[in-house]
Design a protein around this ligand. Structure first.
Ligand code: SF4
Length: 202
């Protein structure tokens, strides 16, 4: 049994963390069902870190977070905001795909948190952007309505990951896409990514 809480704090670099995390079997059900652990992407020098919920089928297949339709949309919106994906680190609250894309359980999130907390400490981003309800609840330590939490700078409330670090909460691209390209959530997501870009420029 892997102990992320013991192993993650020992990683001194993102590649070092990735090498250990890819062998993690702390959640037996997820470890048995996944194709691979999706650790995240970190272009060296990235000043923003975006966090989603968990890998989906395409991510599980490719090992890269936010690919497929939601990823393509995210890439497009980031480019529009003046913050190309190549300059952003991206990870998920959970690093393994839950079978059938079910919601991560509270226990799985707790087990996986040391990896992400350590990634945040290693990237040391000027801002963390969280996409969707699961990531927002993780970052704030409580359930929130995205519509109420978005559009302003909050503070990350994850110990070891830099409590008090600037945080922007917004919609998950897949959720925003459900309301259409010209819907309110898409406009909000655009605006929030621009805020993330502004914070990285300071
Ligand atoms: S979800 Fe996280 S803690 Fe669970 S097995 Fe995957 S990497 Fe390990």
């Amino acid at each position: 049994m892997t102990r992320p809480d013991e192993l993650a704090p020992r990683a001194r670099t993102w590649p070092e963390l990735a090498a250990v995390a890819t062998r993690c079997v702390a959640c037996p059900e997820l470890a048995a069902a996944r194709t691979q652990v999706v650790v995240g992407t970190w272009p060296p020098g990235a000043r923003a870190l975006l966090v989603g919920e968990a890998p989906g089928a395409r991510e599980d297949e490719t090992g890269v977070p936010f690919v497929g339709r939601a990823g393509g949309l995210l890439d497009e919106l980031l480019a529009d905001a003046g913050l190309p994906r190549e300059r952003v680190a991206v990870a998920n609250v959970l690093k393994c795909r839950p079978p059938g894309n079910r919601k991560p359980t509270r226990e799985e999130i707790a087990r996986c948190t040391p990896w992400l907390a350590r990634q945040i400490a290693l990237v040391d981003p000027l801002v963390v952007g969280v996409l969707g309800g699961t990531a927002a609840a993780w970052a704030l330590g409580r359930q929130v309505r995205i519509a109420e939490a978005r559009g302003r700078v909050l503070e990350l409330a994850v110990s070891d990951g830099g409590t008090g670090r600037p945080l922007v909460v917004t919609y998950h691209p897949a959720a925003a896409a459900r309301f259409g390209r010209y819907g309110g959530p898409m406009a909000a997501l655009r605006e929030d990514l621009r805020l993330v870009a502004e914070l990285t420029a300071r």
